[in-house]
Design a protein around this ligand. Structure first.
Ligand code: ADP
Ligand code: MG
Length: 237
């Protein structure tokens, strides 16, 4: 376990300890190999990475699964989105026949916020769609059918479109379970389980949560592989 101020990083793999990548202090340090991203972030107006971003980016860019535990408003969205774009760009062509990134999030409001964040970064022209209950189902299906790279969805509606074969998830190689604790509180576990049955096991998976209760740990254990964990703030473990 590495500790600086109140940021903690754990390697959850018990057998062989891997070196935990060093945190980055600047956007340039994180993304120097990926033209355009740093300029894009600066255009949006941010000065430096938030604590969770500075730890999460090098871990995710190395391809590890990640559990990020931090309060709301700490910049978790960008922590997983930018490495996700890079991940998709690096996939071989045969894995690019459908959406490559899926973000599951508990509510329509959060889904729309994530899409807004996504739209500020036009990396490689990736197209996103937002799928949530209560939204125009036909319009969502049309959008999906025209071809998308990033799906941002609440579990109920996504599972509905999936069961009715409007959307294939077999090209998803970067999966985000955003606000996992809230998704479980809202009773979405059965839908999440059905969704994940269709997603390839050799994907990269990110989970974010504000808390780390037993139910979230179980979810992490079932769906993440050799994850590294970053938590910001105090936490009773
Ligand atoms: P969380 O998912 O942790 O609740 P968000 O990802 O929604 O937090 O981010 C909260 C706000 O902080 C958003 O408005 C986002 O645009 C902004 N933000 C993200 N990264 C940075 C940064 N590096 N510097 C300043 N603001 C940021
Ligand atoms: Mg968030």
């Amino acid at each position: 376990r590495k500790e600086n101020n109140n940021i903690f990083v754990d390697d959850l793999r018990e057998q062989t300890k891997r070196p935990i990548p060093n945190p980055v202090r600047t956007f340039k340090e994180a993304f120097r190999a990926f033209p355009g991203i740093v300029e894009n972030i600066l255009q949006v107006g941010f000065a430096k990475p938030t604590p969770i971003q500075s730890q999460a980016w090098p871990i995710l860019l190395k391809g590890f699964d990640l559990i990020g535990i931090a309060q709301t408003g700490t910049g978790k969205t960008l922590a997983y989105l930018l490495p996700g774009f890079i991940h998709m760009d690096q996939q071989p062509r045969e894995k690019q026949g459908g959406p490559g990134m899926l973000v599951l999030t508990p509510t329509r409001e959060l889904a729309l916020q994530i899409e807004e964040e996504c739209n500020k970064y036009r990396f490689k022209g990736f197209k996103s769609v937002c799928i949530y209950g209560g939204g125009d189902r036909k319009a969502q299906i049309n959008r999906v059918t025209r071809g998308v790279d990033v799906v941002i969805a609440t579990p109920g509606r996504l599972n509905d479109l999936q069961m009715n074969e409007h959307l294939s998830l077999r090209f998803v190689t970067y999966l985000v379970l955003d606000e996992a604790d809230r998704m479980l509180d809202m009773g979405f576990e059965p839908q999440i389980m059905k969704i994940l049955l269709d997603i390839r096991p050799d994907r990269q998976t990110v989970m974010t949560s504000a808390t780390w209760p037993p139910a979230v740990r179980r979810l992490a254990k079932s769906y993440l592989k050799d994850a590294m964990m970053v938590y910001v703030g105090t936490l009773d473990l």
